[in-house]
Design a protein around this ligand. Structure first.
Ligand SMILES: NC(=O)c1ccc[n+]([C@@H]2O[C@H](COP(=O)([O-])OP(=O)(O)OC[C@H]3O[C@@H](n4cnc5c(N)ncnc54)[C@H](OP(=O)(O)O)[C@@H]3O)[C@@H](O)[C@H]2O)c1
Length: 206
Protein backbone atom coordinates (compact mmCIF):
# COMPACT_ATOMS: atom_id res chain seq x y z
CA UNK A 1 0.00 0.00 0.00
CA UNK A 2 1.21 3.55 -0.65
CA UNK A 3 1.15 5.46 2.63
CA UNK A 4 1.77 9.18 3.07
CA UNK A 5 2.68 11.00 6.24
CA UNK A 6 1.69 14.66 6.69
CA UNK A 7 3.75 15.74 9.70
CA UNK A 8 6.81 13.53 10.13
CA UNK A 9 7.56 14.33 13.77
CA UNK A 10 7.29 11.93 16.72
CA UNK A 11 4.00 10.31 15.67
CA UNK A 12 4.53 10.42 11.91
CA UNK A 13 8.05 9.01 12.00
CA UNK A 14 7.18 6.27 14.55
CA UNK A 15 4.26 4.94 12.50
CA UNK A 16 5.72 5.58 9.06
CA UNK A 17 8.97 3.77 9.88
CA UNK A 18 7.08 0.69 11.01
CA UNK A 19 4.91 0.57 7.89
CA UNK A 20 7.99 1.02 5.70
CA UNK A 21 9.76 -1.84 7.49
CA UNK A 22 6.73 -4.04 6.86
CA UNK A 23 7.01 -3.44 3.11
CA UNK A 24 4.61 -0.56 2.48
CA UNK A 25 5.84 2.29 0.31
CA UNK A 26 5.93 5.31 2.61
CA UNK A 27 6.40 8.96 1.68
CA UNK A 28 7.21 11.22 4.63
CA UNK A 29 5.94 14.74 4.10
CA UNK A 30 7.54 17.90 5.35
CA UNK A 31 7.62 21.63 4.72
CA UNK A 32 11.36 21.02 4.19
CA UNK A 33 11.76 17.42 2.93
CA UNK A 34 15.57 17.64 2.82
CA UNK A 35 15.64 17.85 6.61
CA UNK A 36 14.16 14.34 6.83
CA UNK A 37 17.13 12.74 5.06
CA UNK A 38 18.53 10.83 8.08
CA UNK A 39 15.15 9.66 9.34
CA UNK A 40 14.15 8.46 5.89
CA UNK A 41 17.44 6.62 5.50
CA UNK A 42 16.87 4.85 8.81
CA UNK A 43 13.39 3.81 7.64
CA UNK A 44 14.89 1.72 4.83
CA UNK A 45 14.46 1.34 1.09
CA UNK A 46 10.65 1.66 1.06
CA UNK A 47 10.79 5.20 2.47
CA UNK A 48 11.22 8.55 0.75
CA UNK A 49 10.47 12.20 1.53
CA UNK A 50 8.32 14.75 -0.28
CA UNK A 51 6.21 17.85 0.00
CA UNK A 52 2.59 17.69 1.16
CA UNK A 53 1.40 17.85 -2.45
CA UNK A 54 3.69 14.97 -3.45
CA UNK A 55 2.55 12.92 -0.43
CA UNK A 56 -1.14 13.23 -1.23
CA UNK A 57 -0.62 12.53 -4.95
CA UNK A 58 1.42 9.42 -4.09
CA UNK A 59 -0.59 7.85 -1.26
CA UNK A 60 -3.84 5.91 -0.96
CA UNK A 61 -3.75 6.29 2.83
CA UNK A 62 -2.48 9.44 4.52
CA UNK A 63 -1.62 9.89 8.19
CA UNK A 64 -2.26 13.42 9.44
CA UNK A 65 0.11 14.08 12.35
CA UNK A 66 0.71 17.81 12.48
CA UNK A 67 -0.05 20.13 15.43
CA UNK A 68 -3.71 21.16 15.63
CA UNK A 69 -2.71 24.75 14.89
CA UNK A 70 -1.33 23.64 11.49
CA UNK A 71 -4.17 21.25 10.67
CA UNK A 72 -6.57 23.49 8.80
CA UNK A 73 -3.87 24.95 6.57
CA UNK A 74 -2.32 21.54 5.90
CA UNK A 75 -5.62 19.90 5.03
CA UNK A 76 -7.09 22.71 2.94
CA UNK A 77 -3.87 23.15 0.95
CA UNK A 78 -4.63 19.79 -0.66
CA UNK A 79 -6.71 20.31 -3.79
CA UNK A 80 -8.22 16.86 -4.17
CA UNK A 81 -8.85 14.43 -1.31
CA UNK A 82 -11.37 12.33 -3.22
CA UNK A 83 -11.23 8.65 -2.25
CA UNK A 84 -8.19 8.99 -0.01
CA UNK A 85 -8.22 7.43 3.43
CA UNK A 86 -7.15 10.13 5.89
CA UNK A 87 -6.04 8.93 9.32
CA UNK A 88 -6.48 11.79 11.76
CA UNK A 89 -4.08 11.44 14.71
CA UNK A 90 -4.31 15.11 15.64
CA UNK A 91 -5.31 16.20 19.14
CA UNK A 92 -6.89 19.61 19.71
CA UNK A 93 -6.50 19.39 23.50
CA UNK A 94 -6.05 22.85 24.98
CA UNK A 95 -6.24 24.69 21.65
CA UNK A 96 -9.54 26.44 21.11
CA UNK A 97 -11.85 25.19 18.36
CA UNK A 98 -12.15 27.57 15.41
CA UNK A 99 -15.15 29.91 15.50
CA UNK A 100 -16.73 27.99 12.63
CA UNK A 101 -16.09 24.56 14.22
CA UNK A 102 -18.79 22.00 13.49
CA UNK A 103 -17.99 19.75 16.47
CA UNK A 104 -15.13 17.44 17.41
CA UNK A 105 -11.75 18.20 15.87
CA UNK A 106 -12.09 15.20 13.53
CA UNK A 107 -15.44 16.47 12.32
CA UNK A 108 -13.68 19.70 11.41
CA UNK A 109 -10.94 17.73 9.65
CA UNK A 110 -13.54 15.73 7.71
CA UNK A 111 -15.29 18.97 6.76
CA UNK A 112 -12.05 20.59 5.54
CA UNK A 113 -10.77 17.50 3.71
CA UNK A 114 -13.79 17.30 1.44
CA UNK A 115 -14.02 13.91 -0.24
CA UNK A 116 -11.54 12.18 2.09
CA UNK A 117 -12.59 9.14 4.10
CA UNK A 118 -11.51 10.26 7.57
CA UNK A 119 -10.72 7.82 10.36
CA UNK A 120 -9.69 9.11 13.78
CA UNK A 121 -6.97 6.85 15.19
CA UNK A 122 -3.65 6.74 17.04
CA UNK A 123 -4.53 9.80 19.14
CA UNK A 124 -5.08 7.99 22.47
CA UNK A 125 -1.58 6.60 22.66
CA UNK A 126 1.89 8.05 23.22
CA UNK A 127 4.34 8.07 20.33
CA UNK A 128 6.75 5.87 22.32
CA UNK A 129 4.14 3.09 22.47
CA UNK A 130 3.60 3.29 18.71
CA UNK A 131 6.99 1.62 18.28
CA UNK A 132 6.10 -1.24 20.63
CA UNK A 133 2.34 -1.65 21.13
CA UNK A 134 2.62 -5.18 22.55
CA UNK A 135 3.04 -5.46 26.34
CA UNK A 136 4.08 -8.96 27.47
CA UNK A 137 1.93 -10.46 24.72
CA UNK A 138 -1.00 -8.06 25.26
CA UNK A 139 -1.81 -5.83 22.32
CA UNK A 140 -2.67 -2.21 23.13
CA UNK A 141 -6.20 -1.22 22.13
CA UNK A 142 -6.48 1.25 19.28
CA UNK A 143 -9.81 3.06 19.06
CA UNK A 144 -10.99 3.96 15.56
CA UNK A 145 -13.83 6.33 14.66
CA UNK A 146 -15.13 7.00 11.18
CA UNK A 147 -18.18 6.96 8.96
CA UNK A 148 -16.72 4.85 6.13
CA UNK A 149 -16.54 1.13 7.04
CA UNK A 150 -14.08 0.30 4.25
CA UNK A 151 -11.71 3.07 5.34
CA UNK A 152 -11.94 1.90 8.94
CA UNK A 153 -11.10 -1.65 7.82
CA UNK A 154 -8.00 -0.36 6.01
CA UNK A 155 -6.82 1.54 9.10
CA UNK A 156 -7.64 -1.39 11.38
CA UNK A 157 -5.48 -3.59 9.14
CA UNK A 158 -2.55 -1.16 9.25
CA UNK A 159 -2.86 -0.86 13.06
CA UNK A 160 -3.05 -4.60 13.45
CA UNK A 161 0.05 -5.13 11.29
CA UNK A 162 2.15 -3.12 13.72
CA UNK A 163 0.78 -4.89 16.80
CA UNK A 164 -2.30 -2.94 17.94
CA UNK A 165 -5.70 -4.44 18.65
CA UNK A 166 -8.10 -2.26 16.66
CA UNK A 167 -11.39 -1.41 18.37
CA UNK A 168 -14.23 0.07 16.31
CA UNK A 169 -15.51 2.97 18.43
CA UNK A 170 -18.24 4.07 16.00
CA UNK A 171 -18.75 7.00 13.67
CA UNK A 172 -16.71 10.18 13.47
CA UNK A 173 -19.04 11.84 16.02
CA UNK A 174 -17.73 9.39 18.63
CA UNK A 175 -14.28 10.94 18.26
CA UNK A 176 -15.44 13.66 20.65
CA UNK A 177 -15.80 11.01 23.38
CA UNK A 178 -12.58 9.25 22.39
CA UNK A 179 -10.78 12.60 22.76
CA UNK A 180 -11.57 12.36 26.49
CA UNK A 181 -9.50 9.18 26.61
CA UNK A 182 -6.60 11.15 25.24
CA UNK A 183 -7.00 13.61 28.11
CA UNK A 184 -7.10 10.67 30.54
CA UNK A 185 -3.94 9.22 28.95
CA UNK A 186 -2.13 12.54 29.29
CA UNK A 187 -3.37 13.01 32.86
CA UNK A 188 -2.09 9.59 33.87
CA UNK A 189 1.20 10.09 32.03
CA UNK A 190 1.88 13.42 33.69
CA UNK A 191 0.40 12.93 37.19
CA UNK A 192 1.20 9.33 38.08
CA UNK A 193 4.31 7.14 38.13
CA UNK A 194 3.07 5.35 34.97
CA UNK A 195 5.04 7.73 32.80
CA UNK A 196 4.47 7.51 29.04
CA UNK A 197 5.08 3.80 28.47
CA UNK A 198 1.55 2.48 28.94
CA UNK A 199 -1.58 1.93 26.87
CA UNK A 200 -5.25 1.10 27.32
CA UNK A 201 -6.59 -2.43 26.84
CA UNK A 202 -10.26 -3.26 26.22
CA UNK A 203 -11.79 -6.45 27.66
CA UNK A 204 -15.09 -7.85 26.38
CA UNK A 205 -17.23 -11.03 26.35
CA UNK A 206 -19.25 -12.37 23.40
N1 LIG B 1 3.47 12.96 20.66
C1 LIG B 1 2.53 12.08 20.99
O1 LIG B 1 2.76 11.20 21.85
C2 LIG B 1 1.18 12.13 20.32
C3 LIG B 1 0.33 11.03 20.45
C4 LIG B 1 -0.90 11.01 19.79
C5 LIG B 1 -1.29 12.09 19.01
N2 LIG B 1 -0.47 13.16 18.91
C6 LIG B 1 -0.90 14.28 18.03
O2 LIG B 1 -0.26 14.08 16.78
C7 LIG B 1 0.12 15.33 16.21
C8 LIG B 1 1.64 15.34 16.00
O3 LIG B 1 2.28 15.21 17.25
P1 LIG B 1 3.87 15.02 17.33
O4 LIG B 1 4.17 14.83 18.77
O5 LIG B 1 4.31 14.01 16.33
O6 LIG B 1 4.35 16.46 16.88
P2 LIG B 1 5.81 16.89 16.36
O7 LIG B 1 6.82 15.91 16.79
O8 LIG B 1 5.96 18.31 16.75
O9 LIG B 1 5.65 16.78 14.77
C9 LIG B 1 4.69 17.52 14.07
C10 LIG B 1 5.21 17.75 12.65
O10 LIG B 1 4.25 18.57 11.98
C11 LIG B 1 4.92 19.32 10.96
N3 LIG B 1 4.31 20.64 10.82
C12 LIG B 1 3.61 21.06 9.75
N4 LIG B 1 3.16 22.30 9.94
C13 LIG B 1 3.62 22.71 11.13
C14 LIG B 1 3.49 23.92 11.87
N5 LIG B 1 2.81 24.97 11.38
N6 LIG B 1 4.09 23.99 13.08
C15 LIG B 1 4.77 22.94 13.58
N7 LIG B 1 4.92 21.75 12.92
C16 LIG B 1 4.34 21.65 11.71
C17 LIG B 1 6.39 19.41 11.37
O11 LIG B 1 7.15 18.86 10.31
P3 LIG B 1 7.97 19.78 9.27
O12 LIG B 1 8.61 20.89 10.05
O13 LIG B 1 8.96 18.80 8.71
O14 LIG B 1 6.98 20.24 8.27
C18 LIG B 1 6.51 18.50 12.60
O15 LIG B 1 7.57 17.58 12.50
C19 LIG B 1 -0.38 16.41 17.19
O16 LIG B 1 -1.63 16.87 16.74
C20 LIG B 1 -0.50 15.67 18.51
O17 LIG B 1 -1.50 16.23 19.35
C21 LIG B 1 0.77 13.20 19.54
Amino acid sequence: MNIGILGSGRVGSALGRQWARLGHAVMFGSRTPDRLRDMVKSAGPNARAGTSEEVVAFADVILLSVPWTATRETVTSVMDWRGKVLIDAVNRLRDLPPVDSIGASSEDVAHWARGARVVKAFNTIGSEVMDQPVFDGDRAALLLCGDDPDAKAVVAGLASEIGFEPVDAGGIKMSEIVDHMTRLWIGLATNTPLGRNFAFKLLSRD
